[in-house]
Write a protein that binds this ligand. Structure first.
Ligand SMILES: Cc1cc2nc3c(=O)[nH]c(=O)nc-3n(C[C@H](O)[C@H](O)[C@H](O)COP(=O)(O)OP(=O)(O)OC[C@H]3O[C@@H](n4cnc5c(N)ncnc54)[C@H](O)[C@@H]3O)c2cc1C
Length: 468
């Protein structure tokens, strides 16, 4: 049996034997074929079956359900979308509030489904903490972020400033400068969710074929090396693996995020740290960090990884000692008592970044193609909305979901912006990331003179501007 258990802490912890489902051996005719058994594919199947139980649906998966980012992520279930400020900018105040309510409702909607389907995935809605916790500039940048959220129409019930003392009621970090609390985030066990969802859709009559990589797809069909599925609808749901399904690689770049987990920590240590409600937390630097206290009392902590020339997928996620030590350095800046803690698991995964740095949910009725992606590391909640929205679009349901600015119904794949060819992407990505790393090193060094600190931040801010 393939070594799927070593994919992540989460897959390792599953109380099931990971026996592969049958692979696709014969040609099929179905109403909908979905390529990829991650959250996007499974949520799409789930909501299609809820609304139209008679549809025949096949999911064709290259490896096993949860092999991709859905079985590897940090378990932040967020009620928002990457780039939502830009996406919602053109809407009226009332429309914007409706969109925010839709997004903020994602964790509760997921909770409804897992309760209904009996999926135990350690869901806890403890909210999220964005902490200024390593250098003083983080306070100023978080305060600017909060002001921008308020200017979009959000208020204290959505995002609230925490003084150092208020922050310490929830999380005790070595250098507390303040933080932001939002109630619109839950944490969960990613692999229990994706595996539970796969079983739920099977109960509803969806056929899942594993170890069946799709090599070619087009309107009306998807083909593996062995067999072909003919279908009115084709839903590629491969996110960070878009390069495996031409021409999708033009529109979605595989970027890696890398993550570590400690051994379970003692109650004494957790009394020192806090996070008693299962809050998600990050230290707000451009290292894109994310952490959670797991249900079995480990610290799981990740940060941005990299991009490989030509959009090559990273297959080997045995992290190097440098990769592990960078994450250890970042979390022990917050919790010095964890400096020498035992790390039991280290892994990573590929996620999809769209050229506009914002997600899309696209449907072309004429061709029978629907897809969602570009979640950019914030896809646990977004893929739920994506699946729900694609189901409504396919079934032509007139819902709030289909009337959102991230929904594209004209122009087919041409509605997506393509990435620049290589070597531009690789050079651009690395120039931006180098400026972020330089900024972080400069600001984390208390001896950096003020002029250098300002220069580093301005440069990183300028480079970040190219991302939009
Ligand atoms: C390390 C890491 C940490 C993250 N942390 C968070 C977080 O805390 N919160 C958050 O919101 N988001 C996070 N994300 C992002 C989030 O996990 C993803 O956006 C989300 O899981 C995407 O789900 P998906 O179903 O679209 O894609 P995936 O889960 O990647 O599923 C795609 C599936 O398609 C299959 N596939 C690929 N090619 C083919 C093919 N040719 N034929 C058939 N099948 C194919 C793959 O095997 C895979 O199973 C993280 C991502 C990573 C990698």
């Amino acid at each position: 049996m393939p070594a799927w258990r070593s994919i992540s802490l989460w897959m390792d912890q599953l109380g099931e034997d990971l026996t592969p489902r049958p692979s696709l051996e014969h040609d099929l005719d179905v109403d909908v074929v979905i390529i990829g058994a991650g959250y996007t594919g499974l949520w799409t199947a789930y909501y299609l079956k809820r609304h139209a139980p008679g549809l025949s649906i096949a999911i064709v998966e290259a490896q096993t359900a949860g092999f991709g980012a859905s079985g590897r992520n940090g378990g932040w279930l967020m009620g928002n979308l990457l780039g939502e400020d830009r996406l919602l900018a053109g809407l009226s105040v009332e429309q914007r509030r409706q969109s925010f309510d839709l997004l903020h409702g994602i964790p509760d909607e997921v909770k409804n489904v897992i309760d209904r389907e009996g999926i135990d995935c350690d869901y806890r809605k403890g909210g999220g903490l964005y902490c200024a916790a390593r250098y003083p500039e983080q306070e100023a940048s978080l305060r600017r972020y909060l002001a921008s959220l308020y200017s979009e129409g959000l208020n204290e019930s959505d995002y609230r400033w925490l003084s150092p003392a208020e922050l310490a009621e929830q999380i005790r970090v070595a250098k507390p400068y303040g933080g932001i609390f939002t109630p619109h985030i839950a944490t969960l066990h990613p692999a229990k969710l994706v595996r539970g969802l796969a079983r739920a859709v099977e109960r509803m009559g969806v056929q899942i074929y594993e170890q069946s990589p799709v090599t070619e797809w087009h309107a009306g069909f998807a083909r593996t090396a062995v067999a072909q599925v003919r279908s009115r609808w084709v839903v590629p749901a491969v996110e960070g693996y878009a390069n495996t399904l031409a021409p999708l690689g033009r529109y979605q770049l595989p970027v890696q995020s890398l993550i570590v987990a400690t051994e379970p920590l003692s109650q004494v240590t957790w009394n020192e740290i806090g996070l008693s409600q299962g809050q998600a937390f990050s230290e707000s630097s451009r290292q894109v960090t994310y952490g959670q206290r797991t249900a079995d009392n480990r610290l799981v902590f990740g940060a941005r990884g990299g991009y490989q020339f030509g959009g090559r997928l990273r297959e080997n996620f045995d992290l190097s000692s440098d990769e592990i030590e960078l994450r250890r350095y970042l979390f022990s800046e917050l919790f010095p008592q964890l400096k020498n803690v035992e790390i039991s698991h280290a892994w990573g995964g590929n996620l999809g970044m769209s050229r506009r740095f914002q997600p899309h949910m696209l449907c072309d009725h004429q061709q029978g193609i629907a897809l969602a992606g570009g979640y950019g590391g914030e896809g646990v909640g977004a893929s739920h909305l994506g699946g729900r929205t694609l189901a409504d679009l396919i079934l032509q349901r007139d819902t709030l979901e289909v009337r959102q600015p991230w929904v594209l119904t004209a122009g087919g794949l041409g509605a997506l912006k393509a990435w620049e060819p290589e070597p531009c992407r690789w050079l651009g990505y690395n120039a931006i990331i180098r400026s972020f790393v330089y900024e972080d090193k400069t600001l984390a060094n208390p001896h950096s003179p003020p002029w250098r600190r300002q220069f580093a931040s301005r440069m990183a801010g300028f480079m970040e501007g190219f991302m939009h």
